[in-house]
Design a protein around this ligand. Structure first.
Ligand code: MN
Length: 336
């Protein structure tokens, strides 16, 4: 994104007295880290901030919010009453449909809503979307907004939240898209006082025993197709229920499948609720999978995408499987 566009967003933000911040449903490290970083920086500069996530903050991010500043639609009426905001700012998505019940708050309680996101835009550009698909995380865009466009100094606590956003979306700097920006920004954040061991402990070293059991189940149930280049697994609702898993704990299974030698494309079909299957797709890079996600009504990046389908896992695979097989078989002798 051109610096001029970010400057324009900076002007909109600094012209507001109150801002309602949110991110997508299924809040992740990038969405939560960006929300907490920007929220704190705006408050330091006299802007009143409300952090409304579409659902309760997942367990592993609670260390970022020791004073329970975040709220969610189920309790927001009680906490926020009839409040209204000058500006609604959505981080890490540009799609209204990914905001679930938070969308209503933005539509009815803010004077205007803008988006800051790094996901590719499928449809025509919208003026209220500040997007940069070259950025490896929204955290990177928030850093540029604060540091370059607003010219604010970044405190150690804001730096930690930004570092979490960037390290989450790059999977600990494994996926930087050959773009040194993530590394350069992370280096700057560390010099500002980020305790990287504390981040590791909370973000990557805090799996619950139930999540460990899930990973064991996933890795022993994985199925292969296309000579081992496609790997997939269905996680049935029965298992989610039995282990008492929260949605965020289902997230990393796919990474472990993709890490198997020879696997180029991985898919997980997660039956979080009965009758609703959440599909995640990942690619090592030889086969862009965002087209498959888009064909089923979803979206994402070439290497990480997803979509939701109604019905059972088995029914969802009947629709998804052939598309993935076709994609992978199109290049039969790929020397990846
Ligand atoms: Mn992101």
């Amino acid at each position: 994104m051109q610096g001029a566009r970010l400057k324009e967003l900076a002007a909109r933000i600094s012209g507001a007295r109150s801002v309602l911040l949110t991110t997508h449903f299924g809040p992740d490290g990038d969405g939560v880290g960006s929300t907490m970083a920007l929220g704190e920086a705006l408050e330091e500069h006299g802007i009143s901030v409300t952090r409304l996530l579409p659902e309760p903050l997942p367990r592993r991010y609670r260390f970022l919010d020791p004073h329970s500043l975040t709220t969610h639609p189920a309790e927001a009426k009680e906490r926020l009453g009839e409040r209204r905001w000058d500006l609604g700012l959505v981080l890490d998505t540009h799609q209204w449909e990914l905001l679930e019940d938070a969308a209503e708050w933005l539509r009815t309680r803010t004077a205007e809503t803008v988006f800051l996101d790094h996901h590719p835009q499928a449809a025509a550009m919208r003026p209220e979307v500040y997007g940069d698909a070259d950025a490896a995380s929204t955290g990177e865009l928030v850093y540029r907004l604060l540091h370059q466009s607003l010219g604010w100094s970044i405190t150690a606590s804001v730096a930690e939240a930004l570092y979490i956003a960037i390290s989450f979306d790059t999977n600990s700097f494994k996926h930087i898209r050959s773009n040194p920006a993530s590394l350069a920004i992370a280096a700057d954040l560390v010099t500002r006082g980020v305790d990287t061991n504390r981040v590791y402990r909370h973000l990557f070293g805090s799996n619950s025993p139930a999540k460990a059991r899930l990973l064991g189940w996933v890795l022993s149930s994985v199925q292969f197709d296309c000579g081992g280049r496609l790997a997939w697994v269905c996680i049935p609702h029965r298992l989610v229920d039995e282990l008492g898993l929260e949605r965020d704990e289902m997230r990393d299974s796919i990474t472990h499948i993709l890490e198997i030698d020879g696997v180029e494309v991985a898919a997980t079909l997660k039956e979080m609720e009965l009758g609703k299957v959440q599909i995640s797709l990942r690619s090592k890079g030889a086969f862009p999978i965002s087209g498959v996600a888009a064909a089923l009504g979803g979206g994402g990046h070439p290497m990480a995408a997803g979509c939701d389908l109604a019905g059972s896992c088995e029914k969802a695979w009947v629709r998804l499987g052939p598309l993935l097989v076709q994609l992978v078989e199109a290049v039969p002798d790929c020397r990846c």
